[in-house]
Design a protein around this ligand. Structure first.
Ligand SMILES: NC(=O)C1=CN([C@@H]2O[C@H](COP(=O)(O)OP(=O)(O)OC[C@H]3O[C@@H](n4cnc5c(N)ncnc54)[C@H](O)[C@@H]3O)[C@@H](O)[C@H]2O)C=CC1
Ligand SMILES: O=C(O)[C@H]1O[C@H](OP(=O)(O)OP(=O)(O)OC[C@H]2O[C@@H](n3ccc(=O)[nH]c3=O)[C@H](O)[C@@H]2O)[C@H](O)[C@@H](O)[C@@H]1O
Length: 443
């Protein structure tokens, strides 16, 4: 079976590498020539734990190929996975131009019957559109089936998710096509669900929207905990023990970021609007998240008064640990707001600095280690719970900072540990710890 994967970004690359690892012959294609050159030499353009060794192994064994040439990728393919980006438009709707472009190219270059399997997250009805585009342009004698196969991997644990995911969803209106895609995944021993195409498309959006809802819900409860003197960790633990609720995605923080929750929630609101169903619950989830991302700056101002000329250390830039992805990261919102307040910023992240430096305007100094970011700082804001940050001894803050004040957006430290140090510590949904030496600063 010859497999082509269109798009060698996060999902395309992980899919290509993992399918090659399963023993398939895979050609990954991308329109970005620099990316393809890098991949051909066995280097990964994204930081994803464990990915590069698998990439190299499969490139060397010639199971995995990278190209910019659609003829090479599509002409002899039995199955073509579409994994191109589906970013949001200004109004929150999904920009389908990459999906449409790739569908046209596929139609132009195929010379045999083929199954086109969509991994990109696309609004309900898009797979029918893909089929229509391809059918309108392909050689008449060829037969093309389109299958929806949404992807559920998380950045930072993408390989574990591919090989040990909770379920695989195959949406198709054609039994034979669904069975062929099922064959590919059978060796993984993951429960496979076969549905119609539209339900598969909806499962993807509903999953992301539900997870985003859980996060905004727990963040709202966290704010209430702060106001009434409860502790969100005890509360999350207590509600998570109910198996109908479950313990996952109840980590209060500074909101969800990343390339998917923000865009997919907005896309679902748009989709709902298109069918005259204003999705008020999801709109509230999005609004809560927006406010949540600004909370560290609000708290910093409560602690220091004006931030003008204040030296702020921002620890963590990636939207979550174990990735260099900064798309829609809370850190970016925090930094823009700090700059607007006139603060001076020293920022640290173990891997995301090059990506952050590309999008952040002047006024941010990126440091090579945590201590340099903390040196002389008036306040530290923790934006990403990297292990390196969570395991940083607390006396580093009191040693290096001008005033040891931490606004922890990810609840990295236990309150018991902080109490033993001369540190003022404000986290999410937990009682603040205000130390004597900071009180003079606090308004
Ligand atoms: N990043 C993630 O963790 C997940 C993403 N998804 C979905 O998967 C899709 C892809 O997401 P990412 O991989 O993050 O996007 P990405 O932006 O990292 O990669 C997309 C790639 O497609 C390439 N491309 C664009 N037009 C092309 C064409 N005509 N032919 C070949 N390549 C083309 C781009 O150059 C880029 O390298 C999106 O719909 C996203 O919502 C789904 C689950 C997880
Ligand atoms: O469609 C997608 O792209 C993917 O989106 C998410 O994966 P990802 O964005 O990689 O990362 P998550 O681990 O879900 O975290 C997303 C955001 O939520 C935040 N989060 C997560 C969990 C939590 O309890 N609290 C919380 O604030 C994280 O800090 C992060 O900013 C989903 O978890 C994947 O199943 C899905 O495939």
């Amino acid at each position: 079976m010859r497999i082509a994967v269109a798009g060698s970004g996060y999902v395309g690359l992980v899919t290509g590498v993992c399918l090659a690892e399963l023993g398939y012959q895979v050609i990954c294609i991308d329109v970005n020539a620099d990316k393809i050159k890098m991949l051909q030499s066995g280097r990964s353009p994204i930081y994803e734990p464990g990915l590069e060794p698998l990439l190299q192994r499969n490139v060397i064994s010639e199971r995995l190929h990278f190209t910019t040439n659609p003829e090479y990728a599509y002409t002899n393919a039995d199955i073509i996975f579409i994994a191109v980006g589906t970013p949001e438009l200004k109004d929150g709707a999904t920009n389908l131009k990459y999906v449409e472009a790739v569908s046209k190219t596929i139609a132009e270059f195929i010379k045999d019957d083929v199954i086109v399997c969509t991994k990109s997250t696309v609004p309900v009805g898009t797979n029918d559109k893909i089929k229509e585009i391809i059918n309108n342009l392909k050689p008449q004698e060829l037969h093309v089936e389109v299958v929806s196969n949404p992807e559920f991997l998380r950045e930072g644990s993408a390989l574990i998710d591919f090989f040990h995911g909770d379920r695989i969803v195959i949406g198709s209106n054609n039994h034979q096509a669904a069975t062929l895609i099922e064959q590919i995944y059978l060796p993984l021993n993951i429960p496979i669900m076969k549905t119609d195409i539209k339900s598969a498309e909806m499962i993807k959006y509903a999953s992301n929207a539900f997870l985003a809802t859980k996060i905004s819900f727990i963040n709202e409860i966290a704010t209430l905990c702060e106001r009434v003197g409860a502790n969100i960790e005890e509360v999350a633990n207590g509600i998570g023990k109910d198996h109908r609720i479950g313990p996952y995605f109840l980590q209060a923080g500074i909101g969800y970021g990343g390339s998917c929750f923000p865009k997919d929630t907005k896309a679902l609101v748009q989709l709902a609007g298109n069918v005259q169903h204003p999705f008020e619950l999801l709109k509230a989830v999005i609004e809560v998240n927006k406010l949540q991302q600004s909370i560290p700056v609000v708290k910093a101002k409560q602690l220091l008064g004006s931030l003008k000329g204040k030296s702020v250390a921002v620890l963590g830039l990636a939207f979550k640990p174990n990735t260099d992805d900064i798309r829609e990261a809370a850190s970016l919102v925090i930094i823009q707001e700090l700059l607007a307040e006139g603060a001076e910023i020293a920022a640290y992240d173990p891997v995301a600095v090059p990506n952050a430096a590309r999008v952040l305007e002047k006024g941010v100094t990126f440091t090579k280690n945590i201590k340099s970011a903390l040196y002389g700082a008036d306040i530290a804001i923790i934006a990403t719970e990297w292990e390196e940050i969570k395991s940083l001894p607390l006396d580093v803050y009191s040693t290096y900072m001008n005033t040891p004040i931490i606004v922890d957006g990810r609840n990295c430290y236990s309150l018991e540990d902080v109490r033993d140090h001369p540190i003022t510590y404000v986290s999410v949904g937990r009682p603040a710890i205000i130390k004597e030496q900071s009180k003079i600063l606090i308004h």
